[in-house]
Design a binder for this molecule. Structure first.
Ligand code: ADP
Length: 494
């Protein structure tokens, strides 16, 4: 990646945005807009339509009409696959543009965004493009007098609500498998990060996706998100975001057509370092990255560090050293290790968590302050608290910021007990050179993904599934297709 290419894009004007309904770029029907604010400097980037419930209903109608028309759902699989590969090609061709646009909108450091956003979105479209003509139905082993065929059908209209931390990556996790199964989609981006998804939608149309198959309505979650969740004509809802919003979506489903509602919610993921970790310096460096990259705004962030007592002080010291020397700042500088916090609201929440940890009796080892206020942007020091105990707020509640609590444990049994002592079960990490212990921990820790001697990096081939209150269903991998297809049996007397 070339810094001068990034710099050439960093101040490019961004035209006022439009939503996508029925293959057309449209304004909100009442003309409402809101400002997209850059967390880099607090300045207005452009205007985005503030959609209404009526706009959402129009988008769902358009998705339904496209689905019933068969222009995508009944397109020959080879042709559907070609379009999805073409989308991946266009994402790759526009990777830097998409990454910079997204970073200006949400503040992720570009070194991470380039891989995690266009890089993974393209890989996701390719993976599901290949599923289009490879995922089959079944013939059941019935009595020879009948033929039992199990068809796998599209569900129809998929509603997708996505967050602001990795809009392209998470958006692609929802859109690509839904399209691969032949569905039509209505997407609701997060208010604070709509821009890269609107550009992706433009590229999808350029690639030949028929009109009305991917519709995007921007605006407030409580208005357009809620309208999507309550719509009687949405067949499946897929969501990544916070627990309270997930709960509202389940209520909306119950109050409307009982649509299946797949949730990927928060985490308080335990990252567990045993004294027999193979390389302690590596464990500390990766553990720091696991909480501080993207300023901690990662659903699988290793936000609770559990450290065995005999190495506790050493780890806290090394970690504090790492945290205090990380380069925080301009997310469009390739050497930056942690960019901006996505919004002033999120920054205020992070600082409130610091106050709460102090009043709960945790010891501030490093960080805890806002940074670079003179830029007008929202930056925060990587923050480490030691002497954290399992009952503290910092050990129980998701911060979604660069704030790490370090907890001490004596033995494997205590590590397991502490690891599982939250409402969440999204991710975990285990550092040990004992293979038996690694396998025991993978089994004992309640989480959708357990990393061993690493943290982060699982690719599109494997699922991400929330356990406990971290969600249900799976994003990524072949398993995600289950959410977007339904089974139908044909029972034929021969
Ligand atoms: P966060 O607190 O991380 O912003 P949210 O769960 O509030 O997480 O947001 C994730 C997504 O959910 C965003 O697209 C947001 O607009 C949407 N959202 C927020 N509130 C609602 C709601 N009441 N109904 C539907 N969607 C919502």
């Amino acid at each position: 990646m070339d810094q001068s290419a990034i710099d050439a894009l960093r101040s490019a004007p961004i035209a006022p945005q439009s939503m996508w309904i029925g293959g057309q770029q449209v304004a909100a029907h009442d003309g409402g807009t809101f400002d997209a604010i850059s967390p880099i400097d607090g300045q207005v980037l452009t205007q985005v339509p503030a959609g209404s419930a009526e706009d959402m209903q129009a988008a769902v109608r358009s998705a339904r009409a496209s689905f019933e028309s068969g222009r995508w759902s009944n397109m020959a699989p080879a042709a559907r696959k070609r379009i999805m590969h073409r989308i991946a090609d266009l994402i790759e061709q526009h990777a830097l543009e998409l990454a910079v646009l997204g970073v200006r909108d949400n503040g992720t450091e570009i070194s991470m965004a380039i891989k995690a956003e266009p890089g993974s979105a393209a890989a996701t479209f390719r993976f599901y493009a290949e599923c289009v003509d490879k995922v089959m139905g079944d013939i059941a082993p019935t009595d020879p007098s009948v033929l039992g065929l199990v068809h796998r059908e599209a569900v129809g209209v998929v509603g997708a609500i996505v967050p602001w931390n990795f809009p392209l990556m998470i958006g692609a996790w929802k859109i690509a498998p839904a399209l691969a199964m032949g569905n039509s989609v209505v997407l609701k981006p997060a208010e604070v990060a709509s821009l890269s998804l609107l550009r992706l939608t433009e590229l999808c149309h350029e690639a030949g996706l028929p009109e009305g198959v991917l519709n995007v309505v921007t605006g407030k979650g409580s208005i357009v998100g809620s309208a999507l969740a309550h719509d009687m004509d949405v067949d499946v809802l897929t969501f990544t975001g916070s627990g309270p919003t997930g709960r509202r979506l389940l209520e909306a489903s119950a109050a409307s057509n009982m649509k299946p509602c797949y949730l990927e919610l928060g985490g308080k993921s335990p990252n567990i370092i045993f004294a027999d970790a193979p390389d302690l310096d590596k464990a500390v460096a990766v553990s720091a990255a696991a909480i501080f990259r993207n300023s901690g705004q990662v659903c699988v962030a290793g936000s609770r560090l559990l450290v065995q007592a005999s190495i506790y002080d050493e780890v806290v010291e090394k970690l504090s050293q790492q945290a205090s020397t990380m380069k925080v700042g301009d997310p469009l500088d390739m050497t930056t290790q942690a960019g901006a916090v996505s919004s002033d609201v999120q920054l205020a929440q992070n600082l409130a968590h610091v106050e709460a940890a102090l009043s709960d009796g945790a010891r501030l080892a490093t960080g805890g302050q806002r940074l670079l206020q003179e830029t007008g942007g929202y930056y925060m020091q990587p923050t480490v608290f030691s002497d954290v105990t399992g009952d503290m707020k910092l050990a129980q509640e998701e911060v979604f910021g660069p704030v790490l609590g370090v907890i001490r444990f004596e033995d494997e049994a205590e590590a397991v007990r502490l690891a599982n002592a939250t409402i969440y079960g999204l991710a975990a990490g285990v550092w040990t050179s004992d293979l038996g212990r690694a396998h025991r921990m993978v089994k004992a820790v309640k989480a959708g993904v357990v990393h061993v001697n690493t943290y982060g990096g699982p690719d599109i081939t494997v699922p991400l599934s929330g356990h406990k209150q971290s969600g249900n269903g799976s994003d990524k991998s072949i398993y995600a297709l289950e959410k977007f297809s339904k089974l139908k049996t044909a029972w034929i007397q021969l």
